[in-house]
Design a binder for this molecule. Sequence first.
Ligand code: PRX
Length: 641
Amino acid sequence: MSYPYQIKNAEEYKAAYKKSTEDPEGFWGEVASHFQWRKPWDKVLDWNFSEPKIEWFKGAKLNITENCIDRHLATMGDKPAIIWEPNNPEERTRVVTYNRLHKRVCQFAQVLTNLGVKKGDRVCIYMGMVPELAYAVLGCARVGAIHSVIFGGFSAQSIADRLYDANAEYIVTCDGAYRGNKDIPLKSVIDDALIGNRTVKKVIVYTRTRTPVSMLKGRDVWWEDEMEHAEQQVEKDGKVSFPATEMDAEDPLFILYTSGSTGKPKGVVHSCAGYMVYTAYTFVNVFQYQKEDIHFCTADIGWITGHSYILYGPLSAGATSVMFEGIPTWPDAGRFWDIIDKYKVNILYTAPTAIRSLMGFGLGHVHGHKLDSLKVLGTVGEPINQEAWHWYHENIGKGKCPIVDTWWQTETGGILISNMAGVTPDKPTYATLPLPGVDPILVDENGKIIEGNNVSGNLCIRHPWPSVIRTTYGDHERCRLNYFSAYPNLYFTGDGASRDENGNYRITGRVDDVLNVSGHRIGTAEVENAINMHAGVVESAVVGYPHDIKGQGVYAYVIYDHVHGDENLTRQDILQTVTRVIGPIAKPDKIQFVKGLPKTRSGKIMRRILRKIAEGDTGNLGDTTTLLDPGVVEEIRSGKL
Ligand code: PRX
């Protein structure tokens, strides 16, 4: 069964695209009419990119959880909303039907209310991939609290910074999380993050690993106790209800922190209505979801992909979404394929890094799996190389499943450029065509639009789509400067791209100082700040280099005033500092000690040179005559790791 807004063939795509550009308000108004509103909008869109001020479905009232849950109950209350696969394959699977999801979300919304959470309050969520994480996210949305989910790979210091930035008063966490053969002590990390914190009033702790945890009287409460109490409040005569808070279309739904080219992560803010409509629309169209399909997105809910394509998009389309607690290589590198056969997964959405890593384990782990339920494959987060694309297509998709290469960002909320499975053609390494409502253009350094085909430039978007970033939390000017000021009246993505003879886009990577490591964004300035905090470090410069599995690796050049112990120990010490300051995900892959960095006379580090050396391309370093001390280049080149 399909959806009223589902595009079924290339002709319909062309027609939808044409309508979306000629009459965006008519187009999106029609799509939005298939959702549940407490009050309809007065105007579909009001916008300017100069402030920026972008308002979709202005004046409408809704609650996203009524769209994701309540409206499905009458017709498919017993349908699985979430199928949860535990880290340990021996442990029991949990199937959360829409009825059950409704009950748990109502209960958790009641818990939040009991603890004093109100509309607009910020709730930080730091949990492993358990169904309770979904209840926490949706419970916040139900009471109108703004959730800020933080990925489990971030350190206490990163959490503390995010708590401070969002002025968060509530935290939901777990005692610990299972990932492969590791237990990660989440509550203990939260405790470290809360040293000296004066704003957090309550910490709700869900028991997953039963790791011993410290529970501070008056501040820390157990999830299970609170939920039990709330159950009696929300369930009367066998009927469950918790009235959802009425939200304005443009009320913030969540904050998600992401790295930019400055040292401080930005709190990207998405609002309720536009995000809801766009994630559901793109979910249904890109993956060509049919109402009986099982969708498996392998991302963590700590990233935007998990927000949009495990939770909000699939749930507002009434889909069944698989949520996996573990990692692709444990107990062995056949885990994804086990899960696909176990649940008869139809759509697999994963990252090129995961594909490359699994390729490395050989086909032995794929053999013995049927994988015949698969209809659509997807990739996200980074460019996919030819080899990985073909491996995925032939060995996983058995040559019959289209691969959707979906390009988008935390800031875009949903997929902007991608083929649609079986509707528009795929082309290896190309994200291909813009989705309806998306108007991409390429510009040169001076902002001049590059027309025609077989060209490349900086990728910008000309017109707002419903889930475009609204602001950066607490600092609207930062949002303007980062995304809307480089080129007037355009949203600047920070990516470079090329366009082929048929108008297909190929994303070539970031053009700013942001790295993409295993599909995760890492700001070089952030890593440099962390390294510079290490005692003995005088200065550092971080660049990316091509990495076979991660796409990009982190290469750090470090000036050190004296080495404590030997160089290798010092490297380990520095890694420890980066782990403390940002988290294990930002650890450099290589650290080269240098005596100086190539700087211009005005003191600017010439990263171009450092990048070339890190890439191993040391033949022609370009013009080095403007350097203050050209001699350092030779020294760095000869010491390359
Ligand atoms: O450089 C692009 C790359 O990932 C960046 C966005 O990262 P993040 O906000 O963490 O979101 C990742 C998940 C949506 C982009 O600026 N990127 C994302 N998807 C692709 C991609 N690069 C190439 N191809 C893609 N399909």
